[in-house]
Design a binder for this molecule. Structure first.
Ligand code: PEP
Ligand code: MN
Length: 373
């Protein structure tokens, strides 16, 4: 059971003390208090653990400061929606708000290769009004002899250039706890010119120790990719690891599933699950069309498959798009064949906007019909 208190409840107030005294008096039920700093207000949620079946919802709702009482299913205790339509969760990081209703594009390099390419990418983003990007420094590779990313060496210039071009957040994969420390040390040394969203890649979705590390820290939000060969339930439980350790700034990414049935795409595109994750959890949902499609193939209508699947995710309500671009894909050290060109960025963004407007129209239509019913 979760007790959701009035927004911005005063934790020093006599009412709050009274509430805690009551909760402490319950035998065989323990509680954990969690605070969520949302974009305008702080929300306090109290998780009651143990035999809560005997507690009456009406009575719990009558306790001081309690605004709502939610009975939670066992699964996704913190991140789950638990059947509640109106169970909001948003977070703000470095001036950017994430929730299940808005949309951000993170176009950028799959892997940082040269300073020059980073600068060209960042400049193109600024010219197109973008404040988020992706920049891979630590690359998990299938082949041990493939380029493994420049690691901490590239962080100073990546962060400085991000600051120079007004980039507020970089999505950056980490594969080891030490990478989080390296990011923090470099941000400190460079004076925090930008922010970082830690990315947990599909190969690490069930690396529970890494998840615990990313969950224990509260400095950075986390983008967790769906595991490419496990069930959705297993991947959502992996996301819950982050939240159970205290970090609720979590975005869940769909990136396609590994199966030959995905042919001719690199992975079987799973963006039809965007609304499913909205229904099951409170997480914003990201789509990664680049790692899903894996090529620059185009259909006869002139649109790249990467753009087609992006539109499919956005029209289903996706909240973030993580997409590979490169100034010169033929020289890219990782995933060049799927990268879009910088000159394609304006068209890509326009196409996203068209799909987004269609999604908003669909929402307006259903709301109108529900209001009339
Ligand atoms: C990536 O986004 O660079 C990446 C490696 O993705 P995934 O973990 O989905 O393969
Ligand atoms: Mn990649």
């Amino acid at each position: 059971m979760i007790l959701i208190l009035q927004p911005d409840s005063d934790l020093q107030s006599p009412e709050y003390q009274l509430l805690l005294r009551y909760l402490n008096s319950l035998s065989s039920i323990t509680h954990q208090v969690r605070h969520v700093q949302g974009a305008g207000q702080r929300l306090t949620e109290i998780y009651l653990l143990g035999d809560t079946k005997t507690l009456s919802r009406d009575f719990m709702r009558s306790l001081p400061l309690v605004r709502r009482v939610v009975r939670v299913q066992e699964a996704y205790r913190v991140l789950g929606r638990h059947g509640q339509e109106d169970f909001p969760h948003n977070f703000e990081y470095n001036g950017v708000v994430f929730d299940q209703t808005n949309l951000h594009v993170f176009a950028g390099l799959c892997a940082v290769d040269t300073r020059e390419h980073v600068e060209l990418m960042m400049r193109a983003l600024k010219e197109n009004g973008q404040v988020c990007t992706r920049m891979g420094a630590y690359k998990p590779r299938t082949n041990p002899y493939s380029f493994q990313g420049h690691g901490k060496k590239c962080l100073p210039y990546v962060f400085e250039l991000a600051g120079k071009y007004g980039i507020r957040i970089l999505a950056m994969e980490v594969t080891h706890e030490s990478h989080i420390d390296e990011i923090t040390q470099t941000l400190e040394a460079t004076g925090y010119p930008t922010g970082v969203m830690l990315q947990i890649g599909t190969r690490n979705t069930q690396n529970f120790e890494l998840l615990k590390c990313a969950g224990r820290q509260q400095n950075y939000p986390v983008l967790i990719k769906r595991g490419f060969g496990i069930t959705l339930n297993e991947s959502l439980n992996a996301a819950e690891y982050l939240a159970s350790e205290g970090n609720r700034k979590v975005v869940f990414a769909l990136r396609g599933m590994k199966t030959n049935l995905g042919d001719p795409h690199r992975n079987l595109v799973d963006f039809s699950h965007v609304p499913v994750i909205h229904r099951l959890t409170r997480m914003p949902v990201c789509i990664d069309p680049s790692h899903s499609v894996g090529s620059r193939h185009k259909s006869p209508d002139g649109l790249l498959d990467v753009m087609h699947v992006t539109a499919q995710g956005v029209i289903a309500g996706a909240n973030m798009v993580l997409v590979d671009f490169h100034p010169k894909p033929s020289t890219a050290l990782v995933d060049g064949p799927q990268a879009l060109l910088l000159e394609e960025l304006p068209h890509f963004l326009e196409d996203v906007q068209i799909a987004r407007e269609a999604y908003l129209k669909r929402c307006a239509a259903v709301n109108r019909r529900q209001a009339a019913a």
